[in-house]
Structure formats: C-alpha cells, structure tokens
Design a protein around this ligand. Structure first.
Ligand SMILES: C=C(O[C@@H]1C=C(C(=O)O)C=C[C@H]1O)C(=O)O
Ligand SMILES: NC(=O)CC[C@H](N)C(=O)O
Length: 790
C-alpha cells in the first residue's frame, strides 16, 4: 500500500508531536514538519509554497494558540484553502486548522461562553465521512473559540446536520451537544467539493477514545479517493506547471532530520521515494565527539557498607565530611520515622564532594559561558545550545560502565538550570538583566549514595587511587553508625529572630489570575501556571546559617527531591555563590542508563487540612478543573517526549493518581518513553527539548510563557527550573524546583516562588490561597507560620 507522505503545519502548539505520532503510527505516514511562519515560504511568493506543497500527498494543519481571524496566528495555514486548481491538496484541519477552514468558506468564529480546555465529552455524529464506522466517541477539547456556520438553533435539531446559506460548501459532520451553556458546538466538517476536512476536538489526546483517532484513517481514505479521482487531471497540470526550483529553498523540516526529497508524492509513479521522519525536535547541537555510544573512559571505584542495623543520617554525613559554608552538594530523599517518604521516587540520597571541582556556568543575562569542563577555564559568549553541547561532550568523555548497577548515580555533573534558561531554549524573550548564573553544574567525582530502602551506603570515587578518601569516609561512617540513634536535628527554633517577608499582595495576585483568564478566553492559552515570589529579608547578622535552615526544612517538609546546594565561584572582582534549600515533591525527568525516560508532572493540589482523608482528597481532586489541568500537562509532556524518542515510544503509565505529601495531596501522572537503541539522542536531548517544565508553564508552552513573562513582570530564577544530575553511567534525574528557597550571595534575600495553574474554571480567591499554601512549605523555616499575605 502507498505510504502517505504528509506535510504537518505546526502552529506552535504543545500537542503537535502527538498528532505526528498518530499519523506515523496509524497511517504509517512519513511526515515533514514546518512552522506556520516558516520564513522560506512566508517571505517568498506563493509559487514557491505551491511547488513545495506539490511534494506531499496531503497536509495536516495543526492546532495552536490565537484566533483564526488573525492572519499572524494562522500563517501558512491561511494559504491552504484557495490554492489554484492544480495545486489543491487534501487537508485535515485540527482545532485552529479546523476553525480556519470554516472561516475560509463563509463561517465565523466567536468566543465560547465557557472555554473548553482539557474537557472530555461525547461528540455526536451521523457516521458519515470522517465519522464512518465510528460508534460512541469521547473526545478531548482544547479551545476557547468556536466556528459557526450560521445554524440558527440553540439545541439538538435536524437543522444542525444541513448546510447553511452562509456556508453552502461546508457540511457539518459532528457536534458537541453536551454543553447547555455554550449550546451546540461544531466539532467536525467537510467541504462538499474540495478535499478539506476538519475536527475541532483533539484526536491525539491521551483521553480521546480510539474511535476519536479513527477519523485519521477515514480522512486518509477520503483523501486517497479524491486524489485518485483527480489524478489524471493533476498529472496533466503537473506537467504544464512552471518549474520552480524548490530545491534552491532549504525545505528541511525544522528538526533538520528530514531532508526534502525531490519527489515523493503519490503521483510520482516512476520512483516513489519515501523518506522517514522520526524525531521532530532538534537534537542538541553537538560536536562530533558525542555521536554514537561513547565507550567507557572513566573508572568508578566503589565500596558498599551495610548500615541496615544502624541507619545513616545523610545530613550528619555531609556535616562530618565537609565544611558546609563551602561548596556543598546534597540531593536528599526525605524520610520520616526512618522511612523514605516516597520510595518510588525518593529512595536514594547523594552527598557530593566538589570543592575545586570543574564546573560550567551560563548566564542568560549576559550570555557568557564560564567553564573548565574542557580542562582550562574559559569564558566566552554562547547560548543554551552551546551549554548542552559542552555538557554532552563532557559526559561522553567521562563515560563509565563499572559502577554498582544497584544505584543510579556514580558521579557526574550536579546542578541546576533556571526557568529563564529554559525560556531561551524555546525562544521566549526574558526579563533577566543580571549576570547571575542560570545554569550551574559542578563535577562530582567523589560521592556517597545512600540507599534508604536496602539501607546501604556506597562510597564512590572517579579519581585514581583514592584510598585516602575511602578511608576518611569509612571512618566518618563508623563514627556515625556507633551513634545510630542520632539524627541531625535543627536547633531549637522556638524563639527565632523573625525576618521581614515581602509577600505577593492578594488583590494584585487575584487581578493577575483574571488577566490570565482573559488571555485564555481569547484563545491564546489553554492553561497558565501563574507564580509569584515571596522575599525573606534578614537585614543584619541575625541570618541563620543556611544548613541550619535546611535542617528545619527537611524536618518540617521531608520530600523525595530534597536538596541542599551551596555553589560558589571566585573571580577577580568578587566571590559569588548561591544556596538552594529544596523540598520538591516533583520529578521533572529521569532517564536510566538504558535510556528509559520518565516524567512525573504534578497538577492538581488540595491542602491536607487536619483530618482530610485520602478518600476525601480523591473526591476533591477528581473534578473537571483538576483533571483538565493535569490532562493538559500530560498531553504537553507526551509532545515534548515524542519529539525526541520518536513515534510509538511514549506511554502514559499513570494517569492522575492521588499522592500524599507532608502538607498537600497532589494529582500526579507518569509519562514514560524509551530512547531507541542506536539513536543519536540521549537523555540530555530529552531534557534540552522539554524546558521549562510544562507543569510550570501551561499550554501551549511558548505562547503561555510569553504571556506569563508579561504578567509576572520579573524573572523566576532558579524557581521553576530543574535541579539534579547527569550520571557518568549515562542516566540522569531532575526535579522541578518548587517548594524551595534560594539565595544569591550578592543580595541578602531568600526567595520563595509559589503559584498554580490557572484555567477558566479557576477562582481568583482559590488560586491565591493555593499559592499561599505552597509558600507554606518553606516560610516556616524562617519562623513564619501561616502569615496570610495581604
Ligand atoms: C507552581 C507550583 O507548583 C506546580 C503547580 C501545581 C498545581 O497547579 O497544582 C502542582 C505542582 C507544581 O507543578 C509551586 O509549587 O509553586
Ligand atoms: N487547540 C486549538 O487549536 C485552539 C484554537 C484556538 N486558539 C482556540 O482557543 O479556540
């Protein structure tokens, strides 16, 4: 059977790669992707775009932010509907693409009374065309606007299935009749004579039933039938069509993966060259040293100590091993009464020794990379792409294979990537103008990993002949094990010096929630994760030691992704550094040495008020608002992951499970993907392609981040970024930096970010309370308890 060769027009949506996955999996199609504002076609005359289109069997016009009445939001999609006869290609419009089709043939667009984002409802149809052989169809919707054909009825009626005088060429195929507030919402259409089809709902969503995705097959059958009918005419036109030198235009897909073939259309009977496209997200720009699987170049020496009888307190371990005022690294899986709070994600703790270690730093404010990863210290102007490239080269050059297979970290780079660094990777202008580091990783060559489940301690070194270090750590361990019942406790904090706290103002925050909702209603976003920062100021010498603050945090809010990071650098002008105290519950991304990637987005939060049971929490979280928030992020992360691991390799392992933490219950999903054997991608590519974390942005990611930058008006910094490690064995694990306080040495301020996802279903008051609740995971460290911000 002919393998469809499709063009996908990407309108900057966060679900595009899921649609491409569907086309590749269900139709076995090859798909080339271009953005709707691809300069090569927007800037040149239409003939060039037409000649390019002639290479494809059909086009899919994707969903996206914005309004179909705005040519800027549609870009090339707007050019599909009135092509000259001989150029016409079958099109499937999805959401924005669908709305554009309706408008092009007499329809109008308007705002829904109540936008529908992440809602799953039944779509009514009559089993025709796209909906042939489809029974009950449950489908996910992501839209604020809707297309109207001029039907003058406000409830189910036979009229709805007929063409209207406004749109005599457009046949309605499906409606959502489940929503009284909005009335009938048009869900599917076809053009009566041209090969144009469209659906308002999202066939690729994880919550759309398989019947919903079947329309893809039906569309392709329709497209094929039309094409065969028209083949003779088209062949004639093709030969008489002026020859355009499309190959002088670089028509590679954005990913650079897909070289444009000279001819692979259905009509090229002589030589139907079909190309394959798997990845749609660019791999990290790399130098040649990291192509292919690196061979081992580093050796791990390690010893394992059984501490099952005694238990080891990692904070004490760190304290005893190094002076915590210096560079200190501890990634801690929090525990309570001797047990890890969440062994599934928080089983291991890592103490890294990294004084005078090699490091890489990058500031988005001045674009300077400072690194000695390559041996000598250099500072140069660069970008995030250069940072990833250096990290990949370094990890490839320091590859090890001989550590213990029972633990995920053997040594490697530990540090963070800020939210603004993530913004740079998706080309969103940021409000940072200082020279503080947005990326900071240090090389940990000596480390201790504690397995809290097996109660074992691994002492490891990547240095040659490091017996002295092993001896020293063993000595410390013996000492601590003898005093087995000692847990490092914070000092008495009953009479603390209270610092002042500058908190978000309630009125202002609520007004920002409303601004978010305004943009969602206009169709520019489906969900926005609004945040703000509280600032804790000590002012004088009463400042507690940072490790003491961390001790309080780990006692008060033990979390699977606890972290104490104290990083510093010295240059000619000054000493600068940063301290991070984290109690994050959320894994952003981990990948195993075998390339299995896992995202665990959290979206949906209820306070664990006194006596709230899990059952009650489940009932509170099992509502449209919370589920919709979570679903949107699951679909977004599937998109991010599909872009690197390719079609057919992504699974949702857990959808909206309720998890219990110290102060809140949360709705958590687990999305996994497998990097393919022999693929040129690594976990670092997955990380690079998925920042900033979707659970901190909303969807679609790029437009949402642009809006949030404007609404929030200040950088988020390390908050909303990611923190974790790249392991020399090839794995990695990063948390989302939330429930975290951080402080730069050059300002006397602890910053605590907090926020939550805003949808049209949000109440501004409840959003403020949710933000305030999340601040409470850190504020008590500073002696402040539930001090309601005003
Ligand atoms: C924004 C925060 O949390 C994020 C938002 C959540 C939500 O909207 O329910 C839940 C977890 C995080 O992904 C925060 O903790 O500050
Ligand atoms: N998912 C979409 O394509 C949405 C289209 C349009 N921005 C709307 O909100 O209606």
């Amino acid at each position: 059977m002919h393998r469809p060769h499709l063009l996908f027009l990407d309108a900057y949506d966060s679900f595009s790669n899921n649609i491409i996955n569907l086309l590749q999996q269900d139709l076995n199609a090859t798909v080339q992707v271009i953005k709707i504002d691809d300069k090569r076609f927007v800037a040149s005359d239409d003939a060039c775009f037409h000649a390019f289109l002639a290479r494809f069997d059909a086009v899919v016009a994707g969903p996206g932010p914005g309004d179909p009445r705005n040519p800027h939001d549609l870009g090339l999609i707007g050019k599909l509907w009135h092509l000259p006869e001989g150029i016409c290609v079958p099109v499937l419009g999805i959401c924005l693409g669908f709305q554009s089709l309706a408008l092009a043939f007499g329809g109008t667009a308007g705002r829904l009374h109540q936008p529908r984002h992440g809602l799953v409802t039944e779509v009514s149809h009559q089993g025709q065309s796209l909906f042939k052989d489809i029974d009950v169809l449950m489908a996910t919707q992501y839209h604020s606007l809707h297309a109207k054909l001029g039907h003058n009825v406000d409830k189910a009626s036979p009229e709805l299935w007929k063409v209207t005088s406004d749109c005599p060429d457009i046949l309605p195929l499906a409606w959502d009749l489940s929503d009284d507030q909005n009335g009938p919402i048009l869900m599917g259409i076809r053009h009566l004579t041209k090969p144009f089809f469209g659906v308002q709902y999202h066939p690729e969503s994880i919550c759309t039933s398989s019947a919903g995705a079947r329309i893809i097959h039906n569309w392709w059958s329709e497209a094929l039938a039309w094409t065969i009918d028209r083949a003779a005419i088209l062949r004639k036109i093709e030969t008489s069509h002026p020859v355009i030198d499309v190959d002088s235009v670089d028509t590679n897909s954005e990913s650079g993966e897909d070289s444009a073939s000279t001819s692979s259309s259905l009509f090229d009977a002589v030589n139907p060259t079909i190309r394959d496209t798997t990845a749609t997200t660019p791999a990290v720009t790399r130098n040649s040293s990291r192509m292919g699987r690196p061979t081992a170049s580093t050796s791990v020496s390690w010893r394992c100590v059984d501490t099952s009888l005694d238990g080891i307190d990692v904070a004490l371990l760190l304290r005893n091993l190094q002076d915590t005022d210096q560079q200190a690294i501890m990634l801690e899986s929090g525990s309570k009464s001797g047990q890890p709070v969440r062994p599934e994600t928080g089983r291991f703790s890592i103490v890294g020794c990294a004084n005078d270690a090699q490091s890489i730093r990058y500031s988005t404010g001045n674009h300077i990379i400072t690194s000695d990863l390559s041996g000598t210290k250099t500072s140069y102007t660069g970008s995030m792409a250069d940072v990833w490239s250096s990290v990949e080269s370094f990890m490839a050059a320091n590859k090890a294979t001989d550590g213990s297979i029972d633990i995920p970290f053997w040594g490697g780079l530990v540090g963070f990537v800020s939210y603004e660094a993530g913004l740079e990777t998706i080309d969103v202008a940021q409000s940072t103008n200082n020279d503080r580091s947005d990326v900071w990783f240090v090389f940990v060559s000596r480390s201790i990993v504690v397995d809290h489940v097996e109660k074992k301690v691994y002492i490891q070194s990547l240095e040659k002949s490091d017996n002295h270090w092993f001896g020293r750590v063993e000595e410390v361990l013996q000492k601590l094990m003898k005093k087995s019942d000692t847990r490092s406790e914070p000092h008495d904090n009953s009479n603390p010096v209270l610092p002042s706290v500058a908190a978000p103002k309630q009125e202002e925050y609520m007004s920002k929630v409303k601004t978010c909702q305004y943009h969602i209603r206009a169709g520019d976003s489906y969900e926005l994760c609004l945040t703000d920062q509280s600032m804790v100021l000590y002012g004088d010498s009463s400042q507690p030691e940072s490790f003491e603050l961390y001790q309080r945090l780990r006692t008060f809010n033990p979390a699977p992704f606890g972290a104490y990071l104290r990083l510093e650098e010295e240059n000619e002008q000054r000493k600068n550094g940063v301290t991070i105290l984290s109690s994050s519950p959320e894994r952003f991304l981990s990948w195993s040495r075998a390339g299995k990637c896992q995202f665990r987005p959290i979206k949906g939060t209820v306070e664990k008020k006194h006596g709230l049971t899990r059952k009650e929490a489940e009932a509170l979280l099992n509502v449209d608002k919370e589920r919709a928030e979570n679903l949107m992020i699951v679909d977004l992360i599937r998109h991010d992951l599909h872009g690197v691991v390719g079609s057919g390799n992504v699974k949702v392992e857990k959808l909206m499970a309720v998890e219990e933490y110290q102060t809140v219950f949360q709705l958590v999903s687990v999305i996994e993907g497998q990097l393919q054997e022999g693929s040129r991608h690594t976990g670092i590519d997955v990380l690079a392609a998925s920042l900033p974390p979707g659970s901190m942005t909303g969807a679609p990611k790029k437009r949402s981040c642009e809006l949030l930058t404007e609404i929030e008006g200040k950088p988020r910094g390390i908050y909303s970024g990611v923190l974790g490690y790249f392991d020399v064995g090839g794995g990695g694990d990063f948390s989302v930096v939330i429930r975290t306080a951080f402080r730069w040495d050059d300002e006397d301020v602890w910053r605590i970010g907090a926020g939550g996802a805003v949808t049209v279903l949000s109440s501004p008051q409840a959003e403020f309370e949710e933000m305030d609740l999340k601040r409470q995971s850190c504020l008590p460290l500073f002696g402040h308890r539930r001090d309601p911000a005003k």
